[in-house]
Design a binder for this molecule. Structure first.
Ligand SMILES: NC(=O)c1ccc[n+]([C@@H]2O[C@H](COP(=O)([O-])OP(=O)(O)OC[C@H]3O[C@@H](n4cnc5c(N)ncnc54)[C@H](O)[C@@H]3O)[C@@H](O)[C@H]2O)c1
Length: 394
């Protein structure tokens, strides 16, 4: 059989750009994935430009020494501002804690850089709005690290919904559970303060869930929610002193989208036994789709069929498993065989591909800072509803 050798998502260079010189801020979990994506995006998407890893900022000297060398950065620094202001940097990847996003983005944008910033966008709506203004003033491209919206499975699900395969959406049931904070002795961190993280599980994980719901089903119209902090104090990593936890461990919400469909959502970092259970079931008038990020190489589709799911159909009809493969672009850029799976780092490469396409073709990257503010407004409404013990209309 003849191999399909086309490259999905290959950008056309409509600018004079020959090279993108990249600065990465923060080399923790996300810094590694951004850098990996910058290193591999050129071959995956056949970018018609060079990419140079120009500067790495990290607070830890050991990390700078190890990661500067292993990824091949031209230089490393303990001064993030120097990266955002440098003349030899075109793009900045912001991979630092939430509280640092606004200032880093504003300085980079003020110096004409494109900015790929991790989610959640900021620790407050006010900060997010300032970031939108800074981006509008700069006129450069921005994108937020909502990588799960970039997986081939999610892109395929979005296409099916838009094609009307499951009819009009009537319900979205989302759940997102991880168990990394189940141990009450897990140390305190910036994620557990309003100043550092902004919101807790709601901001850290719920931002993925809410963005996914909104991208698939539209904006939220009204919501009622309850946030809860189960472990109210956690030990300082260095001293063991018990520090107050200011943010939530879990939330549950119900409400409606602008199109009238209902949603139920639950997110928790106390989800015993779950590692990456970012899942949903979206139900329409003609069928339904189920997905779980722990099994990102598949989704489940139910089509009611012409006879409307009458009793005679129920002998054999039901959900069918769809294994992700080259028919779900850009999976084929990585692997020609269905069911062979790609992973988290590949999603991050797809994200970099969308960003570079926007930079080279002049279009919009999704989700950019404006889209991020849209998500943040919904997250804030969920928190406001819990604090006011009342329904919130958006
Ligand atoms: N998209 C995703 O799936 C995903 C997953 C995890 C984290 N994140 C987001 O990525 C961001 C970073 O999270 P992480 O898990 O990579 O964190 P991390 O703790 O692994 O790394 C954070 C990095 O930021 C730097 N840093 C720490 N404190 C700083 C300060 N005060 N000023 C400047 N730099 C500082 C450190 O040098 C470190 O390298 C967060 O916004 C988080 O929400 C996104």
């Amino acid at each position: 059989m003849k191999r399909d050798i086309t490259i999905a998502g290959q950008p056309e260079n409509k600018t004079g750009v020959q090279k993108l010189r990249v600065g990465v801020l923060g080399m923790g979990f996300m810094g590694g994935t951004h850098t990996f994506a910058w290193k591999n995006g050129k071959s995956v998407f056949n970018w018609p430009i060079e990419v140079e890893l120009t500067a790495l900022f990290d607070m830890s000297e050991d990390s700078r020494t190890l990661n500067g060398q292993r990824f091949g950065f031209k230089r490393t620094t303990d001064d993030w501002r120097s990266v955002c202001e440098a003349d030899d940097i075109d793009v900045v990847s912001i991979c630092t804690p939430n509280f640092a996003h606004r200032e880093m983005a504003e300085v980079a944008l003020a110096h004409g850089k494109h900015v790929w910033c991790e989610k959640p966008m900021a620790t407050s709506l006010e900060d997010a709005a300032h970031m939108v203004n800074a981006a509008a003033k700069a006129g450069t491209k921005t994108m937020l690290g909502y990588n799960y919206l970039k997986s081939p499975a999610l892109l395929a699900i979005k296409d099916l919904i838009e094609a009307g395969t499951i009819g009009e959406i009537v319900h979205f049931n989302g759940v997102y559970q991880e168990d990394f904070m189940c141990d009450s002795g897990a140390p305190h961190s910036w994620r557990l303060t309003k100043k550092g993280g902004g919101k807790g599980a709601l901001g850290d994980m719920g931002s993925h869930q809410v963005s996914m719901a909104m991208w698939l089903c539209g904006g939220l119209k009204e919501v009622v929610a309850r946030l809860q902090t189960v472990h109210k104090h956690r030990p300082d990593a260095a001293t063991g002193e018990m520090l107050k936890v200011e943010t939530d461990d879990q939330y549950s919400a119900i409400g409606t989208f602008e199109n009238g469909a209902m949603f139920t959502m639950h997110t928790s970092w106390l989800g015993q036994g779950h590692k990456m259970n970012l899942g949903f079931e979206v139900t329409g008038t003609k069928g339904a789709i189920k997905f779980d990020q722990e099994r990102m190489g598949e989704f489940w589709l139910y089509e009611m069929g012409d006879r409307g799911g009458t009793f005679s159909d129920t002998a054999t009809n039901g959900y069918k498993q769809v294994l992700i493969g080259p028919n779900h672009p850009p999976f084929g850029n990585f692997c020609p065989a269905p069911g062979h799976h790609i992973g988290f780092n590949e999603m991050k490469i797809i994200e970099a591909g969308a960003f570079v396409k926007a930079i080279l073709e002049g279009g919009k990257a999704f989700p950019d800072f404006e889209d991020g503010l849209w998500f943040e407004t919904a997250l804030q409404a969920i928190q406001d509803s819990s604090e006011s013990r009342a329904w919130v209309t958006l």
